[in-house]
Write a protein that binds this ligand. Structure first.
Ligand SMILES: Cc1cc2nc3c(=O)[nH]c(=O)nc-3n(C[C@H](O)[C@H](O)[C@H](O)COP(=O)(O)O)c2cc1C
Length: 341
């Protein structure tokens, strides 16, 4: 048995993950009720990965307002009634030793639900998209409160960790980027002003949530005139000052563009933010092999490994990773005979 970082515990505030494997948030577009409620599918889906020994399971983008959904099939946390089923799911995931997180989200101009859609400025995502309404200052304040209420409900449901979705071209990302934010007030212009909306969201969430707080960012827009990794080093420094515990470092999604993807393509962003802003990070993006994950951790390029599609293909990926790395991993007692044949 070898000491492998991927299978070492990780403590953040008073939460200890049993290993460094995180199920990256993935929308399942499966709330057939169209009211944001969990369905049986979600229980099977998330609990399978908990049985598979993932250390932290982060629920998919969960909307803080109905118009903040990407589609009508998204999960929601905009009313108290959502809490009951979320609490049930949290309890079941935890019974297999995994910790639980939820990604609080607002789709902004990338919402496909009917009715008005909103963004910092009245600029559509592309020629085929609807034109969003520019949020008034009053509406900005209300949206900040919706994130706060979502966080309060997540707490009531028993989640261990909250992640704010500030990536992939959704509302918060739209405020951060100069390409989608052309406001003339204190929410637009300089980087500090563009950061203000996220800052207010963090401050509001922090009033109701003392636990570990993650923020997912898109560390590059990949186009001329867009946000760059250097902007995000600065943003990460501010996030740290404002009480964020870990940056989950993704990229892209703000404007349509071709991204050159290859194994670990976003890891250099995580590494730079971790080194220069001196904050914990998670790496994500085409991390599919156990040795690759171990390399990232051992070379101090990230603290956690977020895995998305590989966990869709194989909910028991952690078992196979442990075998390949010759590391120790627990199994649910029922499955012990199938483990290490
Ligand atoms: C089906 C699917 C749904 C996704 N939904 C979300 C989401 O809700 N929130 C988010 O931040 N990223 C989402 N992503 C992005 C993943 O979390 C991850 O960052 C991306 O797939 C790259 O990781 P991978 O190469 O391990 O799949 C989604 C990806 C997939 C494949």
């Amino acid at each position: 048995m070898k000491d492998r970082l991927l299978f070492s515990p990780f403590t953040i505030k008073d939460v200890t993950l049993k290993n460094r494997i995180v199920m990256s948030p993935m929308c399942m577009y499966s709330a057939a009720n169209k009211k944001g409620f969990l369905e049986d599918f979600h229980f099977t889906h998330y609990i399978s990965r908990a049985v598979g020994q993932v250390g932290l399971i982060i629920l998919e983008a969960t909307a803080v307002t109905p118009e903040g959904r990407i589609s009508e099939l998204d999960l929601g946390i905009w009313e108290d009634d959502h809490i009951i089923k979320l609490a049930e799911l949290v309890q079941q995931i935890k019974s297999y030793g995994a910790k639980t997180g939820i990604q609080l989200a607002h789709a902004g101009r990338k919402s496909n639900v009917s009715g008005d859609i909103f963004a910092p400025s009245s600029i559509p995502f592309d020629q085929n998209s609807r034109t969003p309404k520019e949020l008034t200052k009053e509406q900005i304040k209300e949206t900040v409160e919706k994130f706060q209420l979502g966080a309060k409900r997540a707490k009531d449901a028993g989640f261990d960790i909250i992640e704010i979705h500030a990536a992939h071209g959704y509302l918060i990302n739209e405020f951060l980027s100069p390409l989608s934010n052309k406001r003339n007030d204190e929410y637009g212009g300089s980087l500090e002003n563009r950061y203000r909306f996220l800052k207010e969201v963090i401050q509001a969430v922090r009033k109701v949530w003392e636990g570990p707080l993650f923020v997912r960012v898109s560390a590059s827009d990949y186009v001329e005139g867009g946000s760059t990794i250097n902007d995000y080093v600065q943003i990460a420094k501010w996030l740290k000052e404002d009480g964020v515990d870990l940056i989950d470092v993704s990229s892209g999604g703000l404007v349509p563009t071709n991204i050159d993807v290859y194994p670990g393509y976003q890891v250099p962003f995580s590494e730079k933010i971790r080194q220069e802003a001196n904050i914990k990070t998670g790496a994500v993006g085409l991390i599919t092999s156990p040795l690759q994950a171990e390399e990232i951790l051992k070379n101090n390029r990230a603290d956690l490994i977020f895995v998305a599609r590989e966990l869709l293909r194989n909910p028991y990926w952690p078992y196979h990773a442990a075998n390949e790395l010759n590391a120790k991993i627990e199994s649910p007692t029922q499955y012990e005979r199938g483990w290490r044949v």
